[in-house]
Design a protein around this ligand. Structure first.
Ligand code: ASP
Length: 304
């Protein structure tokens, strides 16, 4: 039987209503497992309580700690399941994917929109699904396992703040699925070309600016001093004429500027329109179909 390490970090899945009002993490990883007794037939589980936070409160340092726990334990387990708040799960998934390139074991993040044990909660199914994939021996690398899908860590985004089907894969279909009978199908997985390694993220200063039709060029003055700026532009991406000089000055002052799109799907393509070509001519970098979460992780890990 496979031996899986579970990293418990908090989130709704482990939450109960707090005295001050609102859900807050309250259950340890070991308590979460009691709600899924059938797990004993799937794999052995060892639990590590890494933290107990609403994922809104997680910092990069917390995420780096998760990567280190996984890296240090890689020889002792067949796979890893990380229970996590759904709100920033995509940021953690992307960072783990970039910190653990070519990882040769499954690292599966899961969480839920309802607390475990609540009527009709999605927690038990998501938890069991993540362990089924981890123990299947059919997937390696970082992914989210939620509502029956395996969503690659570099592509997953949270798209719904209320529905149980809260996540989607951007730029490609899900990597696989977990069926009602517990079987797992995998269509593709993160490519592995080199030996697994741990990449420490750099301490970079990144600012993400969402352009609006009225963004004041003076706002760009505030961006000087940031190492990296991501502009969320419109459609296929480009720079409005009235912001072009401000963009040029920012790049000349040695800030690396990337352009993405506000559209959730389809990605940016700065070659498509003249507004995009002139952004490129000024030195802006096209983020293509990368999500913001993945772009931030790629910048931090030197992959962009
Ligand atoms: N606020 C919660 C969190 O991200 C939401 C959830 O887990 O669904 O921790």
């Amino acid at each position: 039987m496979k031996h899986i390490l579970m990293l418990a970090t908090g989130g709704t899945i482990a939450s109960r209503v707090s005295q001050g009002g609102g859900l807050t993490p309250a259950l340890t990883g070991q308590v979460l497992l009691r709600f899924v007794p059938t797990l004993a037939q799937v794999c052995h589980v060892t639990v590590r309580d890494v933290c107990a936070l609403d994922s809104t409160d997680l910092t990069t340092a917390d995420r780096v700690r998760m990567a280190h726990v996984i890296w240090d334990a890689r020889a002792d387990y067949d796979g890893f399941v990380v229970t996590h708040g759904t709100d920033t799960l995509a940021y953690t998934a992307a960072l783990l994917a970039h910190m653990l390139p070519d990882f040769d074991k499954p690292v599966l993040l899961t969480g839920s929109m309802y607390p475990i044990g609540a009527p009709d909660s999605d927690a038990e199914g998501n938890l069991l699904g993540a362990f089924r994939v981890a123990a299947s021996g059919r997937y390696t690398g970082v992914a989210a396992c939620v509502h029956g899908l395996i969503l690659r860590g570099s592509r997953v985004v949270k798209v719904d703040s209320a529905a149980v089907a809260a996540f989607m894969s951007v730029g490609a279909p899900p990597d696989g699925s977990i069926h009602a009978d517990g079987t797992v199908s995998v269509a593709q997985q993160p490519p592995r070309t080199r030996a697994p390694r741990l990449v420490e993220p750099r301490d970079t200063r990144v600012f993400v600016l969402r352009l609006t039709p009225d963004t004041d060029p003076a706002v760009f003055a505030l961006l000087h001093g940031f190492d990296h700026v991501i502009l969320e532009s419109f459609g296929a991406g480009g720079i409005p004429a009235r912001l072009e000089d401000a963009l040029g000055a920012l790049i000349a002052a040695r800030t690396r500027v990337y352009i993405t799109t506000q559209c959730p799907f389809g990605g940016a393509d700065l070659t498509k329109y003249a507004v995009g070509c002139r952004a490129r001519a000024r030195g802006a970098v096209d983020l293509g179909a990368r999500t913001i979460e993945d772009s931030l992780a790629a910048i931090a890990c030197g992959d962009l």
